[in-house]
Design a protein around this ligand. Structure first.
Ligand code: AMP
Length: 285
């Protein structure tokens, strides 16, 4: 595995890989890798000829009061972990390489409307504009044929899919199921900010999703009933400050009153300063 920090050098490697007849698979990440990221990389490795993981903490997608400055960064740790997956290149550009005008400054943005205003978009204004813009840049830089995204960030998957469809981008999006700790907590680079008590409290997210799944499996289709059951559990956890619980269409992210087919059950809560998200993709029968 090679670590590449310059766009021009990456382009050269992509030209060579294409000349050898390879498809290009890309796994965008912000680093501080965990088993969730590594699962995406292994999947890409097993399906594509030339695999690039990108590692870039994108200033554009963080709000002014968010954790950009303290977001965990450790290139030597990340490169050792990424190497174990057999990917070809870890692309780890500087902020100036990605935004030559300075700290996330650009005059051009990709703005996916409407679906970015629900769920996480409501409490993180500008976040998905930053995500869509940097992912577009990364698709252009890497010339991705296929890009792998975790279902953990379900809204991100919906936004990127919509962007790719609306702008006729030549990339296939592959969603990968959520990877969890053995007790159910979804893996996240932000979990390391949690105190032991907050880590324990964070399990309430998975518990409330499990409650939702049990209700759905028992035939419940009224979103209000499922919402109340989840909300009750979260309210019983004093260290959890609920941001949202949403039961929505998997593509449009519009709220569903009744669940008749597929549905996304998603939630976000703060544990101290750390905001965690989790979700359940219900495949309607
Ligand atoms: P991040 O570094 O947090 O931006 O995540 C990079 C990619 O890894 C995104 O596509 C995430 O959805 C995905 N990812 C993060 N955590 C998990 C997880 N627990 N399971 C599956 N994918 C994940």
């Amino acid at each position: 595995m090679q670590i590449v920090t310059k766009i021009a050098e990456l382009k050269q490697k992509i030209r060579e890989a294409r000349a050898r007849g390879n498809t290009i698979g890309v796994v965008p990440t912000m680093g501080y890798l965990h088993e969730g990221h590594l699962t995406l990389m292994r999947r890409a490795r097993s399906e594509q000829g030339f695999v690039i993981a990108t590692l870039f903490v994108n200033p554009l997608q963080f709000g002014p009061t968010e954790d950009y400055a303290v977001y965990p960064r450790d290139l030597s740790r990340d490169s050792a972990l990424a190497e174990t997956t057999g990917i070809d290149v870890l692309f780890a550009p500087s902020v100036d390489e990605m935004y030559p005008a300075g700290n996330g400054r650009t005059l051009t943005f990709v703005d996916v409307e409407k679906i970015t205003t629900f769920l996480c978009g409501a409490s993180r204004p500008g976040h998905f504009r930053g995500v869509a813009t940097v992912v577009t840049k990364l698709f252009n830089i890497t010339e991705a044929d296929v890009a792998y995204f975790g279902q953990k960030d379900a809204q991100q998957v919906a936004v990127i899919r919509r962007m790719v469809a609306d702008l006729n981008m030549n990339v296939k999006i592959v969603p990968v199921p959520i990877v969890r700790e053995s007790d159910g907590l979804a893996l996240s680079s932000r979990n390391q900010f949690l105190s032991p008590a907050q880590r324990q409290a964070g399990l309430v997210l998975f518990r409330s999703l499990t409650r939702a799944r049990n209700l759905l499996e028992a035939g419940e289709r009224d979103s209000a009933v499922i919402f109340s059951a989840m909300n009750e559990l979260i309210r019983q956890e004093p260290l959890a400050e609920l941001d949202y619980i949403a039961i929505v269409d998997t593509q449009t992210l519009e709220p569903l009153k009744q669940i008749s087919g597929d549905a996304l059950v998603a939630l976000a809560a703060r544990f101290g300063k750390t905001r965690l998200i989790d979700n359940l993709l219900w495949e309607g029968k």
